[in-house]
Structures are given as structure tokens and as C-alpha cells.
Write a protein that binds this ligand. Structure first.
Ligand code: F0G
Length: 458
């Protein structure tokens, strides 16, 4: 008999959560204006809102929490993290920050000026926000295949080298402070970028004299895909692949809440001591002194350990397999979704699930509401609500796809929970003919409406 798969860890501590009834959930979501961000976590059964900061730390990471050094300057835990970053990622210089967007704030304060252009594959929301806030422009150079929801390709997060070269050639080079590549590409549905592609982007950046920065929130998951899907790297260890990948780049921003499996934290890492000096000024101003930058000593120690655990093949295999398992179950039940499944999440296709609900009635938000009512499962809308209004015309911006992201926290749920979530989605599919209308906005803030908009059911 071929032996089945089993996770390389056992459970030492459990956290109970409440079950709620469908009736209760109908009441909760109504009282909270059909916005899933408003729900108390106790009202949620399986929380797939995000994989960010929601992972379970290991016993060894918790041990590090006890021995962390809380000295203001020169903490032992800082040096532990410095060593881990050098050892795993290969960078000599780094600045701790409290999370990923803080790393963006510090680095972009150092490098981005009004009128600048920052090309990359699809920039994450906070990355784009920090670019646009400074009067600069983010240019998306993702390959066209990356936008095709059904096309099966191994590296749909790749940068289109021709698109990138056009941007580099057609603009004054002093207006391009760096190119940023996000691995895996979160906005591009968690799709990975190949090492070959990183090499090509790096060569192009060198040719034009532009820095290459990686948004590495999910760098380890990306390297797992490289090992599995890029022939040349199948015999390499994850750590060898990570080392090689970062050897082609000048620096990185990191949200440690993802692949470093901690609940809070981030950093900027770089090769250039001059850049380190300049960025240090902003780090001290916005985050804290350079040897803690918005983090506790104990959190830096747990993060150092998380970088090692997060780059172990066995761990990554169990992690990505679970996301794939959720995708497989949904597919079995015929629930429309994007393919291939990304590293950290499955994206349900709300337009196909509710073909008669127009975009002006927010079908992906509706799907999120229905999934919550059906099973207490919380996802996040990636559709018209997130796309927000055009700042000039005030009109809705309708994206091509209406998606519900189900992001899987690391080492938190069992496959039974995945079965449960998939079944809840299947039940919606079964009763979708009875769902005839969507939602209407009754109150929304001037910007970033995703979090606080109030809806009513039509
Ligand atoms: N870059 C990427 C690719 C991200 O996915 C995120 C966060 C950030 C930067 C910002 O990091 O949250 O630590 O400040 N993504 C979360 C998500 C919020 O749900 O996908 P942060």
C-alpha cells in the first residue's frame, strides 16, 4: 500500500473556539452590516480572512520568547536575528520593523520621490499605497498569462521581461529608484515567480543600473514551488534555493507575519551599507532604534527561529499541501475557483457562482456573507469593494474578477477544517438559485472602504 501523507508535527497546545448556529450567524452578520471585518472572532468558526500573523508558533519559538533579551540597544535577540538573516537570506545589513508595511514606509521614505516610477509584478495594496502616497507610480509588469484565471502555468507571478525593459528604457533612469518583485505574488492570487525569471529581472536591472528589491512576505513558499516546478532546482534544498534567489537582488522588505511564522514583525534587509545608513534615520524616526525597530527582543528571537522553521522542506510541504487539499475538495464539489491554487490561499470565483448578480451588487462580498452564514467560515472579498471608487470621478471601479480569498493560516487548522470549509461552499452552490439579489452600500468612508463599509441586503 502506498502510504498516505501525514504532517511532520504533533499538537502540544490547543485553543478552543465556539460553534455558532446558522440562526446566530444570520443575526451577527446583519448586526454587523454584512461586513466580515466587523465580526468578533468569537463569531467565526474557521477564520480564513488572512494567513498574516495568524500562524501557530512552535514549542521552540515559544521557548525563544522566554529567553529573549529586552535591552533597548544591542539586544542579544537582535544579534540572533541578524545572524539568521545573514545565514538564510545572505544579507549583511538589516533593520527590524513592526510589520511589512512599516518596512515599506522606511525603505520608500529613503528611496521614493514624487514623480518616480516603480515597476514590478502586481504590487500588494500597502506597497502600492506607500508608492502612491509619495506621488510616485507603481507599474504592473506581470506576464499576461498571470491574469488568465484558468490557465495552468507553473509561474504565473512572473515579470514580463519585455514590459519591464520598456519601462526601464522609456523613462529617465533616475526616476526609477528600484524594481520590486513580490514572491509569491499575493495580488496575483499567490502565484509564484521562477528563479529563472528573477535572474532575468536581475540582469535587466544591472544593465540599467537600477536596484532590485524583493517583497519577500512569502519567499519560502515561492522557493518550495521553485523546487517542485523548476527542473534545474529539484535536487536543491529550500535553503540553497533561497540563498541563490536572494544572491541576485539588492534588498528586501519582509512581513514576517507570513513565512517567518510569527504573529507580528517585519524587516528590511540589504547589501549596501550606504543605503542602510540612510534608511536607519527613518527607522529611528518611525519604528525605533536600529536594534529593535518596533519589535520586542523576544519577538526578534522567535522570528529568527521562524526563519529556520519556515524554510524547512517538510514544513513547507505540509503547508502547501493543505492549501492544495482545500482546492482539491472545492474542485471535487464543482465550486468555481482560480487555478492553479496559490501558495497561501484559494480564490473562489463569485461571478461564476452568481452569474445573475451584477457587479454593482457586490457578488464577492455576497459570497463572503453567504459562506459565513452557511458554515461560520470567514474569507475576504477581492472584488469591487476592495477596488474602491475612482478618486477623481467617485465612480465604482469594476475589476475583471470578483473573488473571495480563503487564506489558510500556517499550522493552525486540520484537513477536517478544510473539508468543512469546502462543504460550506458546496452548500451555497446547491442553493444559489434562491439567492437572487446582492448587497447595497448604505455607508462608506472616503478611502480604504474595504474595512468599514456598511451594507444592507437587497
Ligand atoms: N507584502 C505582501 C505581499 C503582503 O501580502 C502583505 C500583507 C504586506 C506586504 C504587508 O505586510 O501586513 O505585515 O504590514 N498581506 C496581508 C494579507 C495583510 O492578508 O495578505 P503587513
Amino acid at each position: 500500500m502506498k502510504m498516505p501523507y501525514a504532517e511532520p508535527y504533533k499538537i502540544k497546545m490547543v485553543e478552543s473556539f465556539k460553534r455558532t448556529t446558522k440562526k446566530e450567524r444570520e443575526k451577527y452578520i446583519n448586526e454587523n452590516y454584512y461586513n466580515l471585518f466587523n465580526l468578533k472572532s468569537d463569531m467565526v468558526f474557521i477564520d480564513l480572512l488572512t494567513d498574516s500573523g495568524t500562524g501557530a508558533m512552535s514549542d521552540v519559538q515559544w521557548g525563544e520568547m522566554m529567553t529573549g533579551d529586552e535591552s533597548y540597544a544591542g539586544s542579544r535577540s537582535y544579534y540572533k536575528l541578524k545572524e539568521a538573516i545573514k545565514d538564510i537570506l545572505g544579507f549583511d545589513y538589516f533593520l527590524p520593523t513592526h510589520q511589512g508595511r512599516a518596512a515599506e514606509n522606511v525603505l520608500f521614505s529613503t528611496l521614493v520621490k514624487k514623480g518616480d516610477i516603480i515597476p514590478g509584478n502586481s504590487h500588494f495594496g500597502t506597497t502600492k499605497g506607500h508608492i502612491e502616497f509619495r506621488g510616485a507610480k507603481a507599474v504592473d509588469c506581470t506576464i499576461d498569462e498571470g491574469f488568465d484565471p484558468k490557465l495552468i502555468r507553473p509561474f504565473k507571478g512572473n515579470v514580463d521581461i519585455n514590459k519591464l525593459e520598456n519601462v526601464l528604457r522609456e523613462n529617465p533612469i533616475e526616476k526609477i529608484p528600484f524594481v520590486i518583485v513580490t514572491i509569491t505574488n499575493n495580488t496575483g492570487w499567490g502565484q509564484p515567480v521562477s528563479l529563472e525569471n528573477i535572474k532575468q529581472v536581475s540582469a535587466l536591472c544591472k544593465k540599467y543600473g537600477v536596484r532590485l528589491i524583493i517583497d519577500g512576505a512569502r519567499f519560502a513558499e515561492n522557493c518550495y514551488f521553485i523546487k517542485l516546478r523548476e527542473e534545474k532546482y529539484k535536487e536543491k534544498t529550500i535553503r540553497e534555493i533561497v540563498k541563490e534567489l536572494f544572491s541576485y537582488v539588492d534588498g528586501m522588505t519582509m512581513s514576517s507575519k507570513k513565512d517567518a511564522i510569527v504573529n507580528m514583525g517585519g524587516f528590511i534587509a540589504m547589501r549596501d551599507p550606504e543605503l542602510f545608513k540612510r534608511a536607519s534615520v527613518y527607522n529611528i524616526m518611525f519604528e525605533g532604534f536600529v536594534t529593535y525597530g518596533g519589535m520586542n527582543g523576544r519577538d526578534m528571537a522567535a522570528l529568527a527561529r521562524g526563519l529556520y522553521e519556515g524554510t524547512e522542506f517538510d514544513y513547507l510541504e505540509s503547508r502547501i499541501r493543505q492549501v492544495e487539499y482545500l482546492g482539491k475538495k472545492l474542485k471535487e464539489y464543482g465550486v468555481p475557483m482560480l487555478e492553479p491554487v496559490g501558495g497561501h490561499a484559494v480564490f473562489l470565483d463569485a461571478k461564476t457562482i452568481f452569474p445573475d448578480i451584477p457587479q454593482k451588487e457586490y457578488p464577492a462580498q455576497l459570497l463572503g456573507v453567504e459562506l459565513y452564514i452557511e458554515g461560520g467560515v470567514r474569507g475576504v472579498e477581492i472584488g469591487t469593494v476592495l477596488a474602491d471608487r475612482d478618486p477623481e470621478t467617485g465612480k465604482e471601479r469594476y475589476p475583471k474578477l470578483e473573488l473571495l480569498r480563503l487564506a489558510v493560516p500556517r499550522r493552525v487548522y486540520t484537513d477536517n477544517h478544510m473539508n468543512f470549509a469546502a462543504s460550506a461552499a458546496a452548500n451555497i452552490l446547491e442553493r444559489r438559485d434562491k439567492i437572487k439579489r446582492g448587497l447595497k452600500i448604505i455607508e462608506e468612508p472616503p478611502i480604504m472602504r474595504h474595512f468599514t463599509t456598511k451594507f444592507k441586503k437587497l
